[in-house]
Design a protein around this ligand. Structure first.
Ligand SMILES: Cc1cc2nc3c(=O)[nH]c(=O)nc-3n(C[C@H](O)[C@H](O)[C@H](O)COP(=O)(O)OP(=O)(O)OC[C@H]3O[C@@H](n4cnc5c(N)ncnc54)[C@H](O)[C@@H]3O)c2cc1C
Length: 417
């Protein structure tokens, strides 16, 4: 394969990057110096560790009984806000540290938060996903009414795009927003909405006046307490709070429209584009946790008079897991770097699709191997590894199924000379 025909990233960037130092003795966490600026890591890592401790305390507060995920998530969002971690999902004009969100910072945060608790990671991710269309398209009044609460964690956000007949194919959306004087009247249904019934505010996507089909989708700010909105919980694997929204004659003032009519598709796709790589980062966090749990277990567990860790097959499995985690992390932080460097959209999309796809598939393999190494203890539904096994599956489905990302990568590959 001679270089000129290679459509994939030239490796020019690498000689200037220090080779990643990832000495195993420093596990559970490899140093991230190679990808994350030291100042950012120094600032964020202690805060992320504190958030993890608070999440553990919240999860333990049930005294052995499962805590209500809604209440727990609210507590976690508020902990993230008080530690300043939610600043990362805000642009400078809304109190965040930079003009645009830093993909590298989001990935660093999601990896560590997911390591500590998948629910904590969800609390963080949804504040970003649910509010990004508001921060991107919202006017001063819309941002002033919502972003401070998002930033403090007091106003929990949701993102309502998927419908029973519109998952991958957004062309199937049928929820409508009909203009009546100063209001829009909204009818329809959404499903698989994370934080349904917990969120205070959703970004809702609905069809407005029938213009050209690609210009019909519009985005709205939907307060959770509006008349005509009802929620039915759904149960998915793991502790992910999720549900359906039914909208029957919901009246929203025209000031709830984000941007202009027809801006919905760009708001939805722009949000997914920004957060896709961070799903890969969450996957790396789950996988690293599974690997660490497995290492601890095989050192302690004895069979045939010796620790499992002495068996060659166990060592091979651990090494394979470590290779998966490390390569996934490299792809995620490389994709984050490409996005933060403001590369062209095709390059950013390609690396984000590849990172999301690779990291979530790798995490599935790693968590499955951890289950195997723990034996029966690996499938205890309340054990750490058993819970990771339930949580990891959904990551291959949301924010673009992995099949779709395969298709996108292939399409990009074939579109080049
Ligand atoms: C835990 C979880 C949380 C979620 N949170 C949210 C949320 O907060 N907000 C929200 O709006 N949505 C959310 N979703 C919905 C999620 O985005 C959709 O489930 C996803 O887009 C897939 O849509 P679908 O489930 O309808 O599957 P379908 O689109 O029906 O796909 C089914 C299968 O067909 C394949 N397929 C479909 N089209 C193609 C194609 N063109 N090429 C190749 N294969 C294809 C898919 O890859 C998949 O394997 C969540 C989902 C889950 C599981």
């Amino acid at each position: 394969m001679p270089q000129p025909t290679m459509p994939y990233p030239t490796l020019d960037a690498y000689p200037t990057m220090p080779y990643p130092t990832m000495p195993y003795p420093t596990m559970p966490y490899p140093t991230l110096d190679a990808y994350v600026p030291k100042a950012l890591a120094d600032e964020l890592l202690p805060k992320l560790a504190q958030a993890g401790e608070r999440a553990e305390a919240i999860e333990a507060s049930g005294g052995g009984r499962p805590v209500d995920p809604g209440q727990a998530l609210r507590g976690m969002a508020s902990a993230l806000g008080s530690l300043g971690i939610l600043d990362l999902v805000c642009r400078a004009r809304d109190g965040g540290p930079r003009e645009e969100l830093s993909s590298t910072a989001l990935c660093l945060a999601r990896e560590r938060l997911a390591y500590a608790s998948p629910l904590l990671d969800l609390a963080f991710a949804m504040q970003g996903l649910g509010s990004y269309p508001i921060s991107a398209k919202g006017d001063d009044a819309q941002r002033a009414a919502n972003m401070p609460g998002v930033r403090s964690g007091a106003r929990v956000a949701g993102f309502a795009l998927t419908e029973p007949n519109a998952g991958t194919d957004l062309g199937g959306i049928t929820t409508t927003a009909r203009r009546e004087g100063d209001h829009y009247v909204i009818d329809g249904a959404k499903c698989f909405i994370s934080n349904a019934g917990i969120a205070d505010v959703y970004t809702l996507f609905a069809l407005t006046a029938p213009e050209a089909p690609e210009r019909r989708l519009s985005a709205f700010i939907l307060p959770a307490d509006v008349d005509g909105l009802s929620v039915k919980k759904q149960r998915v694997l793991g502790g992910h709070p999720i549900g359906e929204l039914k909208l029957r004659g919901v009246r929203l003032h025209a000031s709830a429209l984000l941007g202009r009519e027809g801006d919905g598709m760009s708001a939805a796709l722009g949000t997914l584009h920004r957060f896709r790589t961070t799903v890969g980062a969450a996957a790396v966090g789950l996988a690293q946790r599974a690997l660490d749990e497995a290492v601890t277990h095989v050192k302690a567990r004895e069979q045939f008079g010796a620790p499992l860790a002495e068996l060659a097959l166990v060592q091979a499995r651990l090494a394979t897991m470590a290779v998966d985690v490390t390569s996934a992390r490299l792809m995620v932080f490389e994709a984050a770097r490409v996005m933060d460097a403001g590369g062209d959209r095709a390059a950013v999309s390609r690396s984000a699709s590849m990172a999301k796809l690779y990291a979530t598939e790798a995490a599935q393999r790693v968590v499955d191997s951890a289950v195997q190494l723990l034996g029966g203890r690996g499938v205890l539904a309340d054990g750490v590894v058993g819970r990771l096994y339930q949580e990891v599956r959904s990551l291959r489905i949301y924010e673009g199924t992995n099949d779709v990302h395969l298709t996108l990568v292939a399409r990009d590959l074939l579109s080049r000379g």
